[in-house]
Design a protein around this ligand. Sequence first.
Ligand code: 2P0
Length: 364
Amino acid sequence: MNPKDFLPNPYRDLPAEGKVAWKAPSNIALVKYWGKKANQIPANPSISFTLDACATTTSIVYSRKEESSQFSFDLLLDGRPKDDFKPKIQTFFERIVDYVPFLTSYHFKIETSNSFPHSSGIASSASGMAALALCLLDIERKLDAKMDDVFFNKKASFLARLGSGSACRSIEGDLIQWGIHQEIPTSSDLFGIKYPFDVDSVFNNFHDTILLVHKGEKQVSSTVGHNLMHDHPYAARRFQQAHDNLNKLKEVFSKGDLESFIQIVESEALTLHAMMMTSNPYFILMKPDTLEIINKIWVYRKETKTPICFTLDAGANVHVLYPKSVKEKAIQFIQNELVAHCENGHYICDRIGKGARKLVENTQ
Ligand code: 2P0
């Protein structure tokens, strides 16, 4: 497909008003997206587990306004105006208006809230942009009765990507791949797809316990980090490595090979942070407690042979991944040894999820 396929036919009758609401989950990448080209095109393919508990709920009440090229919207986070988020939404609207041209015909009241605590260091951009994209596309679906679920999910992912790259992996569950890969014929740079190959049942019920090591704002945003991959001395090799790791995962997933899964996932996490440490300017997002946790996981795994591993996002928090079959042991270990490294002892128990869901029937 190409971007033109997402341009709608001219609208006939725009309703006067309406309401939509969606809940979209966050996701955690196994093979990481780090580096991008123009128009939110990823420099390398990635794959992620869709999460369940960490999610954003967004509702939009829309009402007709005078036609003009200006956007008009209010933004509320947890019921309070959140004006510092507005520039990001404005930029998002500018990027997607060609694909959802009704944006200039309405005033939107956007209300949003996250299931995870404020400033937890968990990025809300993936779930937030996914929920917003789904609400907007749902408004368009009311105008185009022919839009089926397959196209709806593709276009929602396409729009979400233009808000935040990783958001395109937060529409569906439970294993989502994004970015062209030679061995995955249906893969696309424009939207995420459900992983199309066999996946052993050991991966069906994976858990992700997120250890909140550092809850403050990070010193370098992901968008800045992505841009530092331009002219990065190791960029070309890193992008190739992501392709190679996706190749290796095909057999790992089909065979349920947890040992190789752990090796690839942990290597991806450390490579992501190695890219940050070797960019110009260089930076470090891990904290001493991040490293303590990693070392303890390694020791525990060696001593007990429990298939438990870590991955990292662009921050200091640690995602501890393990299959459901070892849940009791893993939680015990986390509580006994790892929680002490979390800020105020805080952590979030999450697991693989099935994707976004609609909350309120469109009332127009
Ligand atoms: C990922 N991350 O694959 C990687 C790994 C963080 C670490 O994608 O600039 O918020 O909005 O496209 O998607 C975070 O970057 O960046 C990210 P933008 P995004 O999940």
